[in-house]
Design a protein around this ligand. Structure first.
Ligand code: NAD
Ligand code: MG
Length: 388
């Protein structure tokens, strides 16, 4: 039995992880569940999966959750600090990091310090502090397994290979809902439209990131740290069908890819069960239904976020941390119709120009760069026509 701490259990990844648990009785047991403010679903999940503990990070929701679970043998905690404590318990074998955004950094680092196996969906943690995260994992022996579908694909392609024989990795991008569109169209798009991803059903933040291609930029940085690659070894190709989840090109020119239908339960299951493959009855890929797989270059000029993120990767230091913080503020503002689609890139760039560069940041530097970037970005949002 593998005992799981599922952080962000009420989200898109969290709920699909619980589906994987339900489909594999006797293999996984839920030890900890955590969520921020969806107390109703957290309570429902706690009643169903009977974890040893639940943590509600939004302290205002504590009483409601505590009262609802009073008659059950479930410990209830509140706040980010409690979450960092609970992930270190001896009764936790695997921590699934499925919190969205910078908010996942603290608990992920805590799990790594305790030498846990960490299945990581929370890409922002690797974008912000990937170097530190990987260094600490190497020091404590924590094993980090990717959940993001592209990184799971690369990881699966690397099984049995020597990392030194990798020439480059090629991340596939669906292109999102606005593939092929130009600035004159994008200038007017609204959140409701941007939230409609053609191939994947995901949380709001990553859906907007997929529409702006920031998601692919974040994934480039994520890949760099997860696999210890140079900047030049990380490439992107647009593949609208989302059948090939990513590829690895080796020094002999051979290319391996991992394919499947777009279903996050697969990479989640692979990370949780690794190195085992578990049987399931999910719909299979039928090549006759996908007769045409196409590829094209990404449009870095129209989708500026991809170019900005790539630059941040090359710049290194605290640049990706600042990028991420500014992007979180922009996505939030765009969802509230306070900034326009194209304005997000402009304001992220302005934020990056405003926050001082730190070449070798400490954890404290990441925390302060994040705060500073959020303040600048929020100021720029206030100046947007839409906010007035
Ligand atoms: P979501 O918005 O659906 O869920 C987010 C979860 O995090 C919720 O359980 C929420 O309670 C929790 N949370 C939110 N703010 C928090 C805070 N401040 N403190 C603690 N917990 C908080 O998001 P999602 O789509 O499931 O994405 C989760 C992570 O996985 C993201 O980093 C995303 O980039 C990554 N990811 C998601 C998908 C996908 O298909 N959804 C695919 C690949 C990677
Ligand atoms: Mg992905």
């Amino acid at each position: 039995m593998k005992r799981l701490a599922i952080l962000g259990s009420t989200g898109s990844i969290g709920t699909q992880a619980l589906d994987v648990v339900s489909a594999n009785p006797g293999i996984f047991k839920v030890e900890v569940l955590s969520a921020h403010s969806n107390s109703t679903l957290l309570i429902e999940q706690a009643r169903k999966y009977k974890p040893n503990a639940v943590v509600v990070t939004n302290e205002a929701k504590y009483k409601e959750v505590k009262d609802a679970l009073l008659m059950l043998p479930i410990k209830v905690f509140a706040g980010e600090k409690s979450l960092a404590d609970v992930v270190q318990w001896d009764t936790v074998d695997i921590v699934l990091g499925a919190i969205v955004g910078f908010a996942g950094l603290h608990s992920t680092l805590a799990a790594i310090e305790a030498g846990k196996r960490v299945a990581i969906a929370n890409k922002e943690t690797l974008v912000v502090a990937g170097e530190l995260v990987m260094q600490r994992a190497a020091a404590t022996g924590a094993v980090i397994l990717p959940v993001d579908s592209e990184h799971s694909a690369i990881f699966q392609c690397l099984v049995g290979e020597d990392i030194n024989s990798v020439e480059k990795v090629i991340l596939t991008a669906s292109g999102g809902p606005f593939l092929g569109r130009k600035s004159n169209y994008l200038v007017n798009v609204k959140a409701s439209h941007a939230l409609q991803h053609p191939n994947w059903s995901m949380g709001a933040k990553i859906s907007i990131d997929s529409a702006t291609l920031m998601n692919k930029g974040l994934e480039m940085i994520e890949a760099k740290w997860l696999f210890g690659l140079s900047n030049e070894q990380v490439d992107v190709v647009v593949h609208p069908q989302s059948v090939i989840h990513s590829m690895v090109q080796f020094i002999d020119g051979s290319v391996k890819s991992q394919m499947g239908l777009p279903d996050m339960k697969l990479p989640i299951q692979y990370a949780l069960a690794y190195p085992q493959r578990l049987p399931n009855t999910y719909k299979r890929l039928d090549f006759k239904e996908h007769a045409k797989l196409t590829f094209e270059a990404a449009d870095y000029k129209t989708f500026r976020n991809l170019a900005i993120a790539k630059d941040a990767m090359y710049k290194g230091g605290n640049a990706p941390c600042v990028l991420n913080a500014a992007n979180e503020i922009m996505v939030h503002a765009f969802l509230q119709n306070k900034v326009g689609f194209l304005e997000m890139s402009e304001m992220i760039e302005k934020t990056m120009d405003s926050v001082p560069f730190i070449e070798h940041p400490t954890l404290a530097d990441y925390l302060s760069s994040d705060t500073e970037a959020r303040e600048y970005a929020a100021e720029f949002v206030k100046k947007s026509q839409l906010s007035m």
